[in-house]
Write a protein of this length. Structure first.
Length: 288
């Protein structure tokens, strides 16, 4: 399976640290302490995940203090979690620095291997990328973001390094609008209400009413085209991947550089290829 490094978020801030050693820092959010859904919520587990998520391409190795800052924990709390992860083989200590080990991939790929879609889709996506001479990706919806689960690159087309696990906002991406179109109207409105609707480029649509109209149009026509809204110079088209019940479970796209292929050319020349590939995957999904 084609694999790339996942992209992560920015560090969380850190406030005062007085109190019990394992108490989260005031104002921190990564450790999941701001919202406590129920008595079944396991705070220590949430903090462990916050420590794992603190590592990314920008922070591959960190000191104890840096981990605590990024995860929103006290140094004592972060230390206990790090030492536990070291004992389990998910983190290695190199002097004062801690870094993740390849064993951490087991956690992410447990999801991928549990879903039959990816094995079915990959050879079809490779054919599509080769035929279209454009990068091909598949994503799923997670909250207000899309998450990359498969990617066949033909070259770097964005300023950020996209790979499996990378996240992008759903509202301004072609795949995101396809995935949102598969939701009920009230769910679309709820996702948009929770989204940080900011202009990534001068062409980004940020008005919730216009966005919902665009998403409903995607639902009606069965595909999405986004022209330079997510990043200047990037154009992309996307189509839905559906399970046997007809529910949209993923999105498939082709993306390219606007100075090499226009939105009109992508729609006229590449959309038929994309839709055929999506239908092939959909047919296979019905047999799973």
């Amino acid at each position: 399976m084609t694999q790339h490094a996942a992209a992560g978020g920015k560090p969380a801030g850190r406030g005062a640290s007085a109190g019990p050693a394992d108490r989260p820092v005031a104002g921190a959010s990564q450790a999941g302490d701001a919202v406590k859904p129920s008595d079944a919520y396991v705070q220590s587990f949430a903090r462990g995940l916050a420590v794992i998520r603190a590592f990314n391409a920008e922070r591959p190795a960190m000191t104890l203090t840096e981990v605590a800052d990024a995860a929103g924990l006290t140094r004592a709390g972060a230390r206990r979690i790090l030492l536990t992860l070291v004992q389990l083989g998910y983190v290695v200590a190199e002097g004062r620095l801690f870094r993740l080990t390849p064993r951490i991939l087991e956690l992410g790929f447990a999801y991928l291997t549990s879903m039959p879609f990816w094995d079915l889709a990959e050879p079809i996506m490779e054919e599509l990328a080769n035929e279209a001479h454009q990068s091909c990706s598949a994503t799923v919806l997670d909250g207000t973001d899309i998450v990359y689960v498969l990617r066949i690159p033909t070259g770097r087309i964005m300023s950020i390094n996209l790979g499996i696990g990378s996240r992008l906002p759903a509202y301004c991406s072609a795949m995101g609008r396809v995935l949102l179109a598969g939701l009920a109207d009230e769910e679309i409105e709820a996702v948009l209400a929770r989204s940080e609707l900011r202009a990534h480029t001068p062409l980004t649509v940020t008005d919730p009413v216009r966005l919902k109209e665009a998403i409903l149009k995607v639902r009606q026509q069965g595909w999405s085209l986004v022209d330079r809204e997510l990043e200047t110079g990037l154009v992309a088209i996307a189509a839905p991947i559906r399970d046997r019940s007809g529910r949209t479970v993923a999105a498939l796209n082709l993306s390219g550089q606007a100075h090499r292929i226009t939105a009109r050319q992508m729609q006229d020349d590449l959309l038929p290829l994309l839709c055929r590939a999506a239908e092939r995957i959909n047919d296979l999904m019905k047999r799973v």
